[in-house]
Design a protein around this ligand. Structure first.
Ligand code: NAD
Length: 293
């Protein structure tokens, strides 16, 4: 069984990006710049943003992190986004989700200039994705495509099951896997909280992408011999024996699934690292588009 190691695949993506930023520096040019906005102090969001900033540094990108209080007025956030939209030295803008309840997430996403929307959440970019046009692919599905590419996992003609239909993972993933692209051309079933017979649907899958946020949801009996298992789930579960007091669990029971799977992503160390690789690649694309136009 092949472990789809996110450390290995993301290191390869980052090495290519680092070579690109070094070449830019040698030519006396500035490098891609990602601006991240974090509202409030949600523990998981803090960790994700810190990791994104650190990865920018490691690949020679510039980064700016703006922290706003949890109770700021919505228009303060929108104004900050507009400031970044208008700043030619910022290539990519990221607003870490989730946002506090009093802020309209859709409005925030729609305020980001689509050409700087490196998370790929703007409706204009989602529309382009659906139509198979060049766009920013949301970072997690993009990371999964990069992972499949790195490990040469064949997808053409395969039965893929995606569990979860969120705008950031499940739905775009289902569209991409069914698209006519190198890591696509699957026959896709998109499962969600109202799906009946989910276990038997999964048991017929050549590829399962689990993105629902329920630890150990995918059990051994749902994994067909030879299936490829992509575990997107990240849930913090209490663990008094760990220094942090919690442990990260995926949506797949790794031990059980490994018995039949031909390839599987670990959690942590799998899709999470690829998400950052996807984000960095999108930021480089935004930079290149701005400099070629
Ligand atoms: P979400 O809560 O927005 O969506 C969950 C989806 O799962 C919903 O569409 C729902 O219909 C479906 N679902 C819930 N219970 C179900 C059930 N019993 N059976 C079938 N479907 C069910 O979640 P999200 O933002 O897409 O995130 C999903 C998981 O992925 C979370 O654990 C999240 O932390 C993780 N995540 C990881 C990364 C990464 O980089 N690895 C990135 C984003 C999200």
């Amino acid at each position: 069984m092949l472990v789809l190691d996110g450390k290995i695949a993301s290191a390869a993506v980052k090495a290519t990006l680092l070579a690109q930023t070094q070449a830019l520096k040698t030519a006396g040019k500035r490098t891609p710049h990602l601006a991240a906005i974090l509202v409030g102090n949600n523990g998981a969001s803090e960790t994700y943003v810190a990791s994104k900033v650190k990865n920018c540094e490691e690949t020679g990108f510039e980064s700016t992190l703006v922290r706003l209080d949890a109770d700021i007025a919505e228009n303060v956030l929108l104004e900050k986004i507009i400031e970044f939209n208008n700043n030619p030295l910022v290539d990519g803008i990221l607003v870490q989700l989730p946002l506090p309840k009093h802020i309209d997430e859709a409005k925030v996403i729609e305020t980001i200039n689509p050409s700087k929307d490196v998370d790929g959440f703007h409706p204009a970019n989602v529309g382009r994705l659906v139509q198979g046009l060049p766009t920013f692919i949301p970072a997690t599905p993009y990371g999964i495509l990069l992972m499949l590419e790195h490990f040469n996992i064949p997808t053409k003609g395969k039965n893929a099951v995606v569990i979860g239909r969120s705008n950031i993972v499940g739905r775009p993933m289902s569209i991409l896997l069914s698209s006519n692209i190198p890591q696509g051309n699957c026959t896709v079933t998109l499962c969600h909280s109202h799906t009946t017979h989910l276990k038997s649907i999964c048991a017929q899958a050549d590829i399962i992408v689990a993105a629902l946020g329920a630890p150990n949801f995918v059990t051994g009996d749902m994994v067909k011999p030879g299936a490829v298992i992509i575990d997107v789930g990240i849930t913090r579960v209490e663990d008094p024996t760990s220094k942090k007091g919690f442990r990260i669990k995926g949506d797949v029971n790794y031990e059980e699934a490994s018995v039949n799977a031909s390839a599987i992503t670990p959690v942590p160390g799998g899709v999470g690292l690829m998400t950052i690789a996807g984000l960095l690649k999108n930021t480089m694309k935004a930079y290149e588009a701005a400099h070629l136009s």
